[in-house]
Design a binder for this molecule. Structure first.
Ligand code: AMP
Ligand code: GLY
Length: 423
């Protein structure tokens, strides 16, 4: 069969790698893709938000299945457009992708259906938000309601920070219309765990757990980024935590969406915080995590096409997910200066050392092909994933592998997976 993947980052490269392992797939296209994805798929120059062009392309090439990796097109309704054209596509429709697209929606859903999460208030007026913040407890968390490239969350230590935050989000409109509404949320402490799942509208199947490292600098310092590295599984996602989440969070979320007339098919990514009071939902995403996909998918034993089709067809109850009994670590190689200001266009050397290197993967995020050479083309450039028998081995393998790649201004965190030592 022919598969189209929509997106252009490390996550989509990991999806393409998993699809390339399927015995059922003859041809992979990716729109728009990147230089690394181009080694597995034919990249087509159509943007992820160009819905008409994507649909026309899928019709013309007789694509059997489209997998959408990114949040923007899902929240914008790309699946609805494919379905209207009679095409099969994997991901939530617009009315379900709101689970990620509106933080106020997801908080109200959790409240209504008694799913554990931080206490919150929602505001559409900066004046009212500021009045509330006068007497609030600190630290406190402000969140832009809409999509803001993962950067619309402000942790405010003091009242002054919070007032400045309201100004940034609601008055200066730093994230555009995403800040028309804000959620003001209780600050929680604990370990974070990412749990990805496949959902077919009724049934949910949980993938192996992972943990991201969102800050730019070692020791979780510096600015928030798209993610600097991941490990899987998380040793903190214990059987007890799993049992609690299965009883109180996962199926309840799927059922809640169905009850609201917003049947969810696709990936639900549960961002969890393991607090002293038990696991609570930090956020939902309606897609694979990036770079969580880069450590979870390489460990998945199932043919991804079987699983994706079961979600689309509503037959996920007949399938069991299987993961390798090992571990994986992904270390992101970024451009020095990311996420603020960085140079691009440097040649990347050493990629060929990974050809046929079993258990190792180089997922491209921000790369481009220039005069036949692969060059840096973004803040996050590559994700180097390595497997190992356990987390420590996987981490050692991943860090060793990062030394095989060279480019000017290469930057990485040196403490991805440090938490493993505390487990
Ligand atoms: P989100 O995009 O909602 O996952 O938020 C980004 C990051 O902000 C999370 O990964 C957490 O580290 C942090 N965060 C979000 N909400 C809270 C909260 N209520 N309490 C503490 N930290 C939070
Ligand atoms: N790694 C976090 C995310 O994909 O949103």
């Amino acid at each position: 069969m022919k598969v189209l993947i929509v997106g252009s980052g490390g996550r989509e490269h990991a999806i393409a790698e998993a699809v390339s392992r399927s015995s059922r797939v003859d041809k992979i296209y990716c729109a728009p893709g990147n230089a690394g994805i181009g080694q597995l798929a034919e990249c087509v120059n159509i943007g992820a938000m160009e819905f008409d062009k994507l649909v026309d392309f899928a019709k013309e090439k007789e694509i059997d299945l489209t997998i959408v990796g990114m949040d923007d097109p899902l929240v914008g309704g790309v699946i609805d457009e494919f379905e209207k054209a009679g095409l099969r596509a994997f991901g939530p429709r617009k009315n379900a992708a709101i689970l990620e697209g509106s933080k106020a929606f997801s908080k109200d859903l959790m409240k209504k259906y008694n799913i554990p999460t931080a206490g919150y208030e929602t505001f559409t007026s900066a004046k009212e938000a500021k009045e509330y913040l006068e007497t609030a407890k600190y630290p406190i968390v402000l969140k832009a309601d809409g999509l803001a490239l993962g950067k619309g969350v402000l942790i405010c230590e003091t009242k002054d920070d919070a007032m400045e935050g309201v100004k940034e989000l609601m008055q200066d409109k730093k994230f555009g219309d995403a800040g028309n509404k804000i959620v003001v949320e209780e600050f929680m402490t604990g370990r974070e765990v990412s749990v990805l799942s496949f959902v077919d509208g009724k049934t949910i199947k949980i993938m192996t757990s992972a943990q991201d490292h969102k800050r730019a600098l070692d020791g979780d310092k510096g600015l928030n980024t798209g993610g600097m590295g991941t490990f899987s599984p998380s040793p903190f996602y214990t059987e007890e935590v799993d049992k609690f989440c299965k009883e109180n969070i996962f199926q309840k979320t799927v059922d809640a969406m169905a009850s609201e007339g917003r049947e969810f098919k696709g990936i639900i990514f549960f961002g969890l915080m393991l607090t002293e009071e038990g696991p609570k939902v930090l956020e939902y995403n309606a897609r694979f995590g990036d770079p969580e996909a880069q450590v979870v998918l390489p460990r998945m034993k199932n043919d991804i096409i079987d699983v994706v089709e079961a979600c689309v067809d509503g037959t996920l109850d007949k399938l069991e997910l299987e993961f390798e009994d090992n571990a994986a670590v992904c270390v992101v190689l970024a451009s020095e200066g990311y996420p603020v200001k960085y140079d691009k266009g440097f040649e990347i050397k050493g990629l060929e050392k990974f050809d046929n290197k079993e258990g190792y993967y180089v997922f491209h995020a921000g790369t481009a092909l220039k005069d036949g050479k692969i060059v840096t083309n973004g803040g996050r450039v590559l994700g180097v994933t390595a497997k190992g028998d356990d987390l420590k081995q996987a981490r050692a393998n991943a860090y060793e592998a990062t030394e095989l790649i060279e480019f000017e201004n290469k930057y990485k965190r040196n403490d991805i997976g440090k938490a493993i030592d505390e487990a």
